[in-house]
Design a protein around this ligand. Sequence first.
Ligand SMILES: [Co+2]
Length: 181
Amino acid sequence: MLLEKGYVDPAALDLIVETYETKIGPRNGARVVARAWTDPAFKARLLADGTKAVAEFGFGGRQGEHLQVVENTHDLHNLVVCTLCSCYPWSVLGLPPVWYKSAPYRAKAVMDPRGVLGDFGVFLPPSTRIRVWDSTAELRYLVLPMRPEGTEGWSEERLADCVTRDAMIGTGLARRPGDAA
Ligand SMILES: [Co+2]
């Protein structure tokens, strides 16, 4: 309606949405992940109660929304979807990307998660199990990706730059040193 009335410039609106989708939102989650990589006590709190742990950063969900953090390991890779609609952990990732809301992603993530990962250019060893988490309005998921090798001694700030939005959905991996940004 605001667009129709000429109150809002569509290009400006797109820019705002894109900023929340790719910059401001996921930056929150990246800070949480970087802290978990460097602070074992925080990581334990995060895995035990995600909602409570991210509140330490001042990140909060709306009432009744719980955040569960699922940890990737060499043996287990986690992938998040909402098969019904587009439930997403707004407090730590901002707005969901368009593909997350698409019917093909929602269907294929459940039926062929390894195929979805391939579509995103992620190829895991056959020995790595993939677990798919179906989000709801009450329970949302954040993937704790594996810390990239070669980042020993890095600051939280620098580590956070390795943490992409897709790595926290499970459709990507954390960036390794030397990967293109
Ligand atoms: Co939903």
